[in-house]
Every structure is written in C-alpha cells, then in structure tokens.
Design a protein around this ligand. Sequence first.
Ligand SMILES: [Zn+2]
Length: 75
Amino acid sequence: MKVKLTCPCGESFNVNSENFKNKTSIVCQNCSTEFPKEYFEQFKDAIRTLGKLENNFKYKTDDNGFEIPYWKFEL
Ligand SMILES: [Zn+2]
C-alpha cells in the first residue's frame, strides 16, 4: 500500500508500506524536512497494519480460486 505524504514545503511523495519495515525516518527529498519523529513509529505501525489488511482484501477468492469483487480502500 502506498501513502501520499505532502511536506510543509509542498513536495508530495509516496511511501510504501512494504518498504517501511527498516526505515527509522522519512525525510523530504526536496527540503530535507523530517517527518515528526514523535509520530513516526505510530505512523509506520498504522500504515503497515493497513498494508497487511489490504493484502487480505486484494486476494479474496471464491471456492474455485478466482478473484472476486470485495471491499477496497486506498489512501
Ligand atoms: Zn519538503
């Protein structure tokens, strides 16, 4: 799952829940402003939890293994 972040400088970029595991910070590529450290772990956990949840939704299949329509969400 990708999440779009917009820095106070106006630069937007996507972070991917799959790549979050080893990250300890997010820094804007444009102006080097860092995502607030005090919220980073909470943010990371939330995105990774949503990412895992989304995988369950994405691969919902019927008894024959065919993908079937199901609830979707995106950020
Ligand atoms: Zn920035």
